[in-house]
Write a protein that binds this ligand. Structure first.
Ligand code: UD1
Length: 426
């Protein structure tokens, strides 16, 4: 069993460059289906989720060449299938991002129904309702979603009941070739949605308003391949800034736009972290105790759910009590019980976590509950007494490229190692 081991208490400081955003790269890769030919994506993170999306595309006939680890040349000219099977969707729910592009290119798609996942039910009813409004017919059978638009897609106004990132992206991609104008009302505003709209526009789409709650898409008849750079990963950046704030020494993060972390940086200042913002870099350090600060997750520009676990780790060491409210996913507090094994005092009441600050963490064996929770446990290990061993690190590999190497370059005593899996003996 592969684990990450951290010896706590060492100085962590320096500069780290983040990769392109996972949540953008996956959707940009899916969007290449709509522009037959070779699209080049640069600044693509080398992470497990990108590999899964690569398999999804190869499965329908795309060819992918990897250049210098971070550049993908995706040739979608020979794509001749519109089916994404369960074994791929089960590995990564974001595989459902191909639904919109397949409908755009072929007028039909078969995508396995995603099941629940460890951070909640993650339904796709809004994707389906929105696409139905554009003329798509759905049938669910034997665990698959069969989507078809026998008369083509036609523009309409779709009002989302919640600003869902995935639904906004699928609808935006499905409506690029729809007749007339499509309006997505109450659209999600995440920077990754803006990145996707930018690439689609470079390809010839006519999308206005991405980044605002109303997106308008005027149908066009074709898209052409382009070269596009993936936007920097604000969540990877936020994770390293949280580490600077936790350990106390300056950590400078480059390769992203600090504007994409607006509220996180403001909240971190309230928590007692010093922040210096530059155009494409940001530095975090700390000169005073951590202050308890209430946090609630909300769609962008609110506090991102993907920064909630790392922030829980900070607040668990604050001088007093505060409440974290999780409004996006119903089951995203699994970190709390693992952090409690390290000495944290956190009570979960529904979608609220009541965090009573403690003086220190003590190193322990803990298990990554999910992607961000895993990163937060490694963070906790950096300031814990003794050694922390984090297992189930495949979660971390889904979204962080070279996490251990980057931490080691900042001075952390951290390594990946293999230990016997005690469950094997049962
Ligand atoms: C994306 C991100 C994820 C991030 C999340 C919120 C990717 C690959 N993942 O996930 O990292 O945490 O945005 O910022 O980009 N919902 C429904 N019905 C739907 C769609 C969503 O009920 O049809 C619910 C979900 O169950 C969830 C909430 O809405 O509780 C938010 O989901 P959504 O914004 O769609 O997140 P994802 O696109 O899955």
């Amino acid at each position: 069993m592969e684990v990450i081991q951290i010896e706590g208490g060492h100085r962590v400081t320096g500069e780290v460059r983040v990769e392109g955003a996972k949540n953008s790269a996956l959707k940009l890769m899916a969007a290449t289906i709509m522009a037959p030919g070779v699209t080049t994506l640069t600044n693509v993170p080398n992470i497990a989720d990108v590999h899964v999306m690569g398999k999804v595309l190869k499965n329908i006939g795309a060819r992918i060449e990897v250049v210098n680890e971070h550049e993908l040349k995706i040739d979608t000219s020979a794509v001749d299938s519109w089916e994404t099977p369960y074994h791929l969707v089960a590995k990564m729910r974001a595989s459902t991002a191909v639904l919109g592009p397949l409908l755009s290119r072929f007028g039909k798609a078969i995508v396995a129904m995603p099941g629940g996942c460890n951070i909640g039910a993650r339904k796709i009813d809004m994707h389906i309702l929105g696409l139905e409004a554009l003329g798509v017919e759905f049938k669910v059978d034997h665990g698959n979603i069969y989507a078809s638009a026998p008369n083509g897609l036609s523009g309409d106004t779709v009002t989302l009941s919640f600003a869902s990132v995935g639904a906004t992206e699928n609808l935006m991609m499905a409506s690029v070739f729809a007749r007339g104008t499509t309006t997505i009302d109450n659209a999600a505003r995440e920077p990754e949605i803006v990145d996707l709209a930018n690439m689609l526009n470079e390809m010839g789409a006519k999308i206005k308003g991405a980044g605002s709650p109303v997106i308008e898409i005027e149908g066009v008849s074709e898209l052409h391949p382009v070269t596009h750079e993936v936007v920097g990963d604000r969540i990877e950046a936020g994770t390293f800034l949280a580490i600077g704030g936790l350990v106390g020494e300056p950590v400078t993060v480059t390769g992203f736009s600090p504007a994409h972390l607006g509220l996180v940086l403001k909240k971190y200042e309230q928590i007692g972290i010093s922040i210096r913002r530059d155009a494409r870099a940001c530095t975090a350090w700390r000169e005073r105790p951590l202050r308890p600060t209430d946090i609630q997750t909300l769609p962008f520009p609110g506090f991102p759910t993907d920064m909630q676990a790392q922030t829980m780790c900070l607040l668990a060491l604050a001088e007093g009590s505060c409440i974290i409210t999780e409004n996006i996913f119903e089951n995203r507090f699994m970190l709390a019980s693992e952090l409690s094994r390290m000495g944290a005092d956190i009570v979960i009441e529904g979608h609220h976590a009541i965090v009573h600050g403690v003086k220190r963490f003590s190193g322990a064996q803990v298990k990554s509950p999910d992607l961000r929770g895993g990163a937060a446990l490694v963070m906790a290990g950096l300031v814990a007494d003794g050694v922390t061993t984090v297992s189930a690190i495949h979660h971390i590999d889904r979204g962080y490229e070279g996490f251990v190497e980057k931490l080691a370059s900042l001075g952390a005593r951290v390594s990946r190692t293999t230990v016997p899996d005690e469950e094997d003996d049962l």
